[in-house]
Design a protein around this ligand. Structure first.
Ligand code: MN
Ligand code: MN
Length: 303
């Protein structure tokens, strides 16, 4: 389906916001900083630039691959010699841009960052209507293996739809026979992950990010919290920090746990490399045009 001018404008604006935030993050994020400060500063920057966070800012360190955002009062510090993924999403009226960079604070890790960037560039260069996702996935794997690393087999790029972060089609990072074809008007986040570990991620014990599923709230406070979630975040991911100033945070932690258990919300546990390997990620969002791709998170206009 071809996008309207209004949809294009909003997607490009969201992309430009994410580009600016990651551009800032690439010089601002350093060992010694509080992870909580990083998350809040980058999320506030999205708002200052005229968007809303499409999901909590992810700051995933070393063998943590994804889904780490600071819980309230997080005391975590970015360590020396670390490999840090900063993954940011913004939306304008539900139209999402999602991109990530990996910052290497140890020269030994730089080549892994090069690997995911090269894999992402290769994938973007292939995007056009009619191409099979299987071809793109095979290339991503080839590039990462060419650098001597393994792609992470169970993390995928994904279609972006209005207010929906993971909308149907996927772009896996390993070869396979996948059913999806790239079509004009599709909006994809493409995100190769590489590791020197086992090549897949497993769920850790902590969960800091959630999204609404269905209304199964029982008590009064559960219903109140769920109605806040639906009106503020719709189906997009959120975190406990975002209830500050609206609710008592200790009660929110308990109630989110109950809502997660009864299926009202879905929890995204922190994902870590199965063998504790280091993980690098590169991500951009692209709009599939008639003859190629427009990378929304690599420039565009900001009105
Ligand atoms: Mn992302
Ligand atoms: Mn993504």
């Amino acid at each position: 389906m071809v996008l309207t001018d209004d949809e294009l404008e909003k997607l490009i604006k969201a992309g430009e916001i994410v580009r600016r935030v990651l551009d800032y993050a690439s010089s601002y994020v350093k060992p010694g900083l509080n992870v909580l400060d990083v998350c809040e500063r980058l999320e506030n920057m999205i708002i200052d630039l005229g968007g809303l966070p499409a999901f909590p800012c992810n700051v995933s360190i070393n063998s943590i691959a994804a889904h780490y955002t600071s819980p309230p009062n997080d005391s975590a510090i970015i360590p020396q010699n670390s490999l840090v993924k900063v993954d940011v999403g913004a939306h304008v009226d539900g139209y999402i841009a999602d991109a990530a960079i990996t910052l290497s604070f140890n020269p030994d890790y730089d080549v892994m960052v090069d690997a995911v960037k090269a894999a992402l560039n290769r994938a973007i260069s292939m995007i056009r209507p009619g191409i099979k996702v299987s071809q793109i996935s095979r290339s991503i794997e080839e590039v990462i293996r060419g650098y001597g690393f393994k792609p992470i087999s169970n993390l995928c790029g994904h279609l972006l739809r209005r207010y929906i972060l993971h909308g149907g089609k996927s772009i896996p990072n390993i070869s396979g026979n996948y059913p999806w074809i790239v079509e004009e008007g599709d909006v994809f986040a493409i995100e190769p992950f590489a590791t020197d570990g086992g090549g897949r991620v497993v769920e850790g014990s902590s969960t800091y990010i959630f999204s609404f599923v269905r209304n199964r709230a029982k008590g009064r406070f559960e219903r109140k919290l769920l109605s806040f979630i639906r009106s503020h975040f719709r189906s997009l991911p959120f975190c406990t920090r975002w209830f500050k100033g609206f609710f008592n945070i200790d009660s929110v932690v308990d109630v989110l746990d109950r809502l997660n258990k009864n299926g009202s919300i879905y929890g995204y546990p922190v994902l870590k490399e199965v063998k504790g390997g280091l993980v690098a990620q590169a991500e951009h969002s692209v709009i599939v045009t008639g003859d190629g791709a427009l990378v929304t998170t690599l420039g565009g206009r900001l009105n």
